[in-house]
Design a protein around this ligand. Structure first.
Ligand SMILES: Cc1cc2nc3c(=O)[nH]c(=O)nc-3n(C[C@H](O)[C@H](O)[C@H](O)COP(=O)(O)OP(=O)(O)OC[C@H]3O[C@@H](n4cnc5c(N)ncnc54)[C@H](O)[C@@H]3O)c2cc1C
Length: 406
């Protein structure tokens, strides 16, 4: 058994974990970042980073590299209803500057963030290391234990006053140590992959609502795009045994896109993840914070997962600092993270729930998109929530009624 001492152990080097390691490493903490994968690695995702997330990536110093690696700037969103109506809007400017979303392959983005973390002198990275459990003593998490993926017999333990669980949807910390994961009643799944040979792309993320699913097309180049499908659990049966083939067939049959996707080729891999909606409570325990998908997942309908993860990292940083200053990693200090995280994620979570309710029934979705197509003020208000320029509370009952009524 090996024992090592760090200030913070971060489990998972996705967007949430690597950003945590960068922020805490820059603050001078000795960070150990562990991931069972060896990077670069693929990750099923819609790959659109919303404008607030883009601003955080800029503050982490990785935006120039993101553009160098092919990050594609997107100006806004287009929705197509089942009735065939398109609504389109740009992201409202933030602080007087145009706001952009960026689409970049997770294969590149996560590797780039990890490289940034590796470049910090006090961040140590172990790839190919699977965390199995927390070291849990007297109700306090004091570190983690696991083994190299290639060498299960070589168990290792790492100790630190604080552990950050950023190990995603199926976190090792769920349903243990007093942390409860609760699945939403409505269960959706997500599929994603890339297409080559897409015609008529422009700098907008296109979302097509149709019976039982939504299709997302986000440009990653002049004729390449990320294509994702969000689908009800029952619809997943059709993909059994031929995920990539059925994924491509569904995309090529999607109204409003079919002509432009007819001659496309799938760029592998195609991945599927689910169920997508769950809450996690609490998001801290003595000696532990949960960040990113490990702390909860509403639904990717608003494309906010990575941005919420980045915002949670920023919310956690001052609390981690306070914990180290006070030498207190108990609930007295760490519970503030739950409050701060709720503050930075609540608006988007509420918007997501509203979008899910509006799009659940074709007729309501038709009305909402029809309204957005002719009410620019309302669409801008909606978009302001994802750019951080307006609050959910600005979106009045009258606005919600207008959307539902069409
Ligand atoms: C279909 C779909 C579409 C989506 N579309 C969007 C979108 O357009 N925009 C957006 O912002 N978000 C989107 N999301 C959500 C987004 O993918 C997640 O919110 C985001 O990846 C969360 O990052 P994370 O770092 O928390 O988790 P992850 O990116 O999942 O990273 C977790 C890491 O932990 C590692 N790990 C797991 N277990 C262990 C272990 N035991 N030991 C060591 N390492 C471990 C994994 O290898 C992985 O690298 C989408 C998700 C899906 C499924």
């Amino acid at each position: 058994m090996t024992r090592s001492e760090y200030d913070v152990i971060v489990v998972g080097a996705g967007v949430a974990g690597s950003a945590s390691a960068i922020v805490l490493g820059q603050e001078g903490y000795r960070v150990l970042l562990l991931d069972r994968a060896v990077f670069p690695r693929h990750k099923t995702c819609g790959e659109g980073i919303m404008p607030e997330g883009v601003r955080i990536l800029e503050s982490l110093g990785v935006l120039p590299q993101i553009y160098e690696q092919g990050g594609f700037r997107v100006r806004g969103l287009k929705f197509r209803s089942k009735a065939g109506v398109w609504a389109q809007a740009d992201f409202p400017p933030a602080d007087g500057s145009p706001a952009y979303s960026v689409v970049i392959r997770r294969y590149e983005l996560d590797d780039l963030l990890l490289e940034r973390a590796k470049g910090l002198p006090n961040v140590t990275v172990r790839e190919g290391f699977a965390v199995v459990e927390a070291v849990y003593e007297d109700g306090v998490i004091r570190g983690v234990a696991g083994h190299p993926v290639k060498g299960r017999e070589h168990s290792e333990t790492f100790l630190a006053p604080l552990t950050v669980a950023a190990d995603g949807m199926n976190s090792r910390f769920h349903n243990r140590y007093g942390i409860v994961k609760t699945l939403f009643a409505r269960q959706r799944w997500g599929l994603s992959g890339h297409l080559g040979g897409v015609a008529g792309l422009d700098p907008y993320i296109e979302v097509v609502f149709q019976e039982g699913n939504e299709v997302y097309v986000a440009p990653t180049g002049h004729d390449t795009a990320l294509a994702a499908i969000l689908i009800e659990k029952e619809g997943m049966r059709a993909f059994r045994g031929n995920l990539a083939g059925q994924y491509h067939e569904l995309l090529k049959a999607t109204p409003g896109l079919r002509e432009r996707l007819r001659d496309t080729a799938v760029i592998p891999p195609v991945g599927g993840r689910g169920p997508l909606g769950y809450t996690v409570s609490p998001v801290y325990r003595p000696g532990l914070l949960l960040i990113g998908d490990s702390a909860g997942f509403v639904d990717p309908i608003t494309g906010e997962g990575m941005t919420l993860a980045l915002k949670s990292v920023c919310a956690a940083a001052p609390i981690v600092k306070a914990a180290f200053e006070a030498g207190d990693f108990g609930p007295g200090t760490l519970s503030r993270y739950a409050i701060e995280r709720a503050r930075v994620t609540d608006d988007v979570n509420r918007l997501t729930r509203l979008m899910l309710a509006l799009t659940r029934y074709g007729v309501v979705a038709n009305r909402a998109i029809s309204r957005l197509s002719k009410d620019e003020r309302l669409f801008q208000k909606l978009m302001g929530i994802v750019t951080g320029t307006s609050r959910y509370r600005d979106f009045t009952l009258k606005d919600r009624w207008a959307l539902a009524a069409g």
